[in-house]
Write a protein that binds this ligand. Structure first.
Ligand SMILES: Cc1ncc(COP(=O)(O)O)c(C=O)c1O
Length: 418
C-alpha cells in the first residue's frame, strides 16, 4: 500500500547546474531511501475490500494438486463436484462455475430474461445496477428499472408490486425478473430479513416472476443469521455466490437454480466466455474456500464490530456509524463535519512523523470511499486480531487529531464517487 510520506512538488526543484545538480540528486536519492526505510517500518492494514484476500496455503496446495481435465467436455471431476456440492448446499437442482460475480449475475439475468426488451426490477443501490457496466442492457437488451433500496437493503414491497408492469399495455415493457442482493454491499453489508424474502416470493408468484439473488456475500448472511444458506434461498429461484471475497479464493463465482435455468446458463457462459477448458485449479481453491473459510466468517464479523464500536467511541461527533447496520464484515462511516470521506481515508493511509512520536508506531489503514461523504472499511480473512488492534489505534488517533482542526473549515478531497 502506498504511504504518503512526502510530496515532491515541481516548485521544490530549482534550476540547478553542475555540482549543484549532483548534490540535489543525491539529496533526492537520500530522501527516497529514507522514505523506503520508513515504508518498510509501516504496519499496513488493508481494509479497502474483501476481494483483497490472498489464497491460503491450503488453497495453493489444492491448486497444485488439482485435476486438469476439460470442463467443456464436462470431464473435470473437481468442477463437477464443486457444482454438485453448491447445488446441494442451496437445495437447488443444478449449479454452474463461472469466472466472476459480475458474469454470474449477467448470466442469471439473461437466463431468466431470454427475450430482448424484458424489464428487470432491481435496487437503486445494488451492485448489479451500479457496478456491472450496465451489462444486462448493453449485452442482453434487458431494461433495468430501479426500486428504492431502504437502508436495510430491502424495498418497499407495495412499491415493488406497483412497479410490475400491466400485462396488456402495449406501451410498456414486460416485467421479467426481480433481483435482490444479500448481504447488501452498498447498504453496508446488511442481511436481508427472511420475512422480506418470503413476502417478496408471494408477490413474485402472484405475477409469475422469477427472483434472482446476488449472493456474492451470501455466506456472510448465513453466518450472521446462523442458519444454513439453503434456508435463505428457499424463496429464491436463482442465486450467485462469490468465492473470491470473504471466502478468500483467488477467482470464481457460481450460480445455482433449476435444471432448465442452468442449461440456458451453460449456453450463455459459452457465448460470453467461450470454453474455460481446464478450470479445475480454480474450482479446487473454491472447494477449499467452502470447507475452510465459512467457519471463520464470524471472526471477521466480530472484528468488524470491534472496529465500528471503537469508531463511535472515538468519533468526537465528526463521524457516525450506524451500529445496527454493522451486521457482517462492512463498516460505513458517515462524515458529519465537512471532512470528505477521501480526506479521512487519505489521513488513515498516510503516516506522519508526529504520530510516530505520539503512538510509537507507523500504522497505515486502507479504506474506500463508498460515496463522497461515506467511507467504507471491509474486514476479511487476511485481517488478524493484531491488525484490528492496530487499525483501531490509528483511527482513534486520526479522529482525535481531526477534532483539533477547525470544524467550520471543510477539508474536501475529490473522490471518484459521488
Ligand atoms: C454484491 C456484489 N455482487 C457482485 C460483485 C461482482 O463480483 P466480481 O468482482 O467477482 O465480478 C461484487 C463485487 O464486489 C459485489 O460486491
Amino acid at each position: 500500500m502506498a504511504v504518503r510520506l512526502f510530496a515532491l512538488k515541481p516548485e521544490c526543484f530549482p534550476k540547478l547546474t553542475g555540482w549543484a545538480t549532483l548534490s540535489w540528486r543525491t539529496c533526492i536519492y537520500e530522501r527516497v531511501r529514507e522514505a523506503a526505510k520508513k515504508q518498510a517500518r509501516v504496519y499496513a492494514v488493508d481494509l479497502r475490500s474483501d476481494v483483497l484476500t490472498k489464497p491460503t496455503p491450503a488453497m495453493r496446495q489444492a491448486i497444485m494438486d488439482a485435476t486438469m481435465d476439460d470442463d467443456v467436455f464436462g470431464e473435470d471431476a473437481t468442477v463437477n463436484t464443486l457444482q454438485q456440492n453448491v447445488a446441494d448446499m442451496f437445495n437447488k437442482e443444478s449449479a454452474l462455475f463461472v469466472p466472476s460475480g459480475t458474469m454470474a449475475n449477467l448470466i442469471a439475468v439473461l437466463s431468466h430474461c431470454n427475450t430482448r426488451g424484458l424489464e428487470v426490477l432491481l435496487g437503486h443501490q445494488s451492485h448489479q445496477m451500479i457496478y456491472e457496466q450496465g451489462g444486462l442492457a448493453t449485452l442482453g437488451g434487458v431494461h433495468p428499472r430501479t426500486m428504492f433500496n431502504l437502508p436495510d437493503g430491502t424495498f418497499d414491497l407495495d412499491h415493488i408490486e406497483s412497479n410490475i408492469r400491466p400485462e396488456n399495455d402495449s406501451h410498456q415493457p414486460v416485467t421479467g425478473l426481480i433481483c435482490v442482493e444479500d448481504t447488501h454491499n452498498v447498504c453496508g453489508g446488511v442481511v436481508l430479513p427472511l420475512d422480506f424474502l418470503t413476502k417478496l416470493r408471494k408477490i413474485a408468484d402472484d405475477h409469475k416472476l422469477p427472483v434472482h439473488m446476488d449472493g456474492a456475500r451470501l455466506m456472510n448472511a448465513s453466518a450472521a443469521l446462523d442458519i444454513e444458506p439453503k434456508k435463505i434461498v428457499e424463496s429464491i429461484d436463482s442465486v450467485s455466490l462469490g468465492f473470491s471475497k470473504g471466502l478468500g479464493a483467488p477467482v470464481g463465482s457460481i450460480i445455482a437454480g433449476s435444471g432448465d435455468f442452468i442449461r440456458r446458463a451453460v449456453r450463455l457462459r459459452k457465448a460470453l466466455v467461450g470454453g474455460m477448458r481446464q478450470p479445475g485449479l480454480l474450482a479446487a481453491a473454491a472447494m477449499v474456500s467452502l470447507d475452510d473459510m465459512i467457519p471463520r466468517l464470524k471472526t471477521d464479523h466480530n472484528h468488524t464490530r470491534m472496529i465500528a464500536e471503537a469508531i463511535m467511541k472515538a468519533s468526537h461527533g465528526l463521524v457516525h456509524v450506524d451500529l445496527n447496520r454493522v451486521q457482517t464484515n462492512i463498516v460505513l462511516i458517515e462524515m458529519l463535519k465537512g471532512f470528505s470521506a477521501q480526506f479521512f481515508l487519505n489521513r488513515l493511509e498516510e503516516v506522519t512523523e508526529q504520530e510516530e512520536k505520539d503512538i510509537g508506531e507507523s500504522i497505515s489503514v486502507g479504506g474506500h470511499p463508498s460515496t463522497h461523504w461515506v467511507a467504507r472499511l471491509v474486514v476479511h480473512s487476511s485481517v488478524a486480531a493484531k491488525d484490528v488492534e492496530a487499525a483501531i489505534k490509528k483511527i482513534t488517533y486520526v479522529l482525535e487529531e481531526m477534532s483539533h482542526m477547525d470544524p467550520e473549515k471543510t477539508y474536501v478531497h475529490n473522490s471518484r464517487l459521488m
